[in-house]
Design a protein around this ligand. Structure first.
Ligand code: COA
Length: 249
């Protein structure tokens, strides 16, 4: 499926998936999750795709799940697009790199845990407001965050939901590089793309599988476990009240 709010371009061995819903800060709807899932599945199976680049716009990476969608169409089915996307993220065998400008909220941050190289500009604002929305972590973030940045920092950001910037994200090890501008982000992505494309594909594949592949089953199990809690919490009074409050601002 294609969705005009997700732009997909495949060129020179690179699949670029771009959030393109600027009026809603790139918040993700079910159709967008489906388009993202389809793109990642295609990237994994298409030998001509060497790597995936995930970007937003200069003013917003992704404001997380569309909260109106969560309220009106909660993803209770196991094959709902959001879950398809999360499993596609965990199962993608090609390197994924991402560039962040502006807000990266909820899944906008947790998807970065699945990416191999991430650069963010000083406009980036990261937030994981799951608990204040009456929800819990998703996308395997309850496993990947402590692994990547340590339990204490993961607790601070996942339990308290405090916002943080590109320098804090770099210092913690959530992203690889903090830069100043959107142009710097673009330049860094191009450098990484060129470097990766010059390396032997088999070596890149073997290295990435050694780094990520061996813990994939555990990750998929954690996404399912989180999903069970998440689905129950979505129906709870706290979540409904939080979504309604946001939409009525
Ligand atoms: N779901 C639905 N709509 C969203 C959205 C979301 N997650 N995030 C932003 N939007 C919409 C706003 O409702 C607004 O729509 P409107 O112009 O029709 O009123 C538009 O996008 C612009 O958002 P706004 O809040 O005015 O921009 P901002 O720059 O002041 O703030 C954010 C940006 C991302 C910090 C803020 O929108 C926000 O906190 N969004 C919710 C994030 C969230 O909780 N995501 C879910 C995580 S599970």
């Amino acid at each position: 499926m294609t969705d005009s709010s997700i732009l997909k371009v495949v060129e020179g061995g690179v699949m670029t998936l771009q959030f393109h819903r600027p009026d809603k800060k790139n918040a993700i709807t079910a159709d967008m999750y489906q388009a993202l899932a389809d793109g990642l599945i295609e990237a994994t199976s298409d030998d001509s795709v060497r790597l995936v680049t995930i970007i937003g716009s200069d003013s917003a990476f992704c404001a997380g799940n569309d909260l109106k969608d969560f309220l009106e169409n909660p993803p209770h089915q196991d094959d709902s697009p959001v879950w398809q996307f999360l499993f596609a993220l965990a199962s993608c065998t090609k390197p994924m790199i991402a560039g962040v400008n502006g807000p990266a909220v909820g899944i906008g941050t947790t998807l970065l845990l699945h990416c191999d190289l991430v650069v963010a500009s000083s406009s980036a604002v990261f937030a994981l407001p799951f608990t204040s929305l009456g929800l819990c972590p998703e996308a395997g973030s309850s496993l990947l965050m402590p692994e990547q940045i340590g339990l204490k920092k993961a607790t601070e950001w996942l339990l308290l939901g405090e916002r943080f910037n590109n320098r804090q994200a770099e210092q913690a090890g959530l992203i690889n590089l903090a830069v100043e501008t959107a142009a710097d982000v673009e330049q860094q992505l191009q450098q990484w793309q060129q470097k990766l494309l010059k390396l032997p594909a088999e070596s890149v594949h073997a290295t990435r599988e050694l780094l990520r592949g061996s813990s994939r089953k555990q990750l998929v199990d954690r996404i399912k476990e989180e999903g069970e809690d998440f689905k129950k919490l979505l129906d709870g009074d706290a979540a409904k009240a939080a979504f309604e409050a946001f939409l009525k601002r």
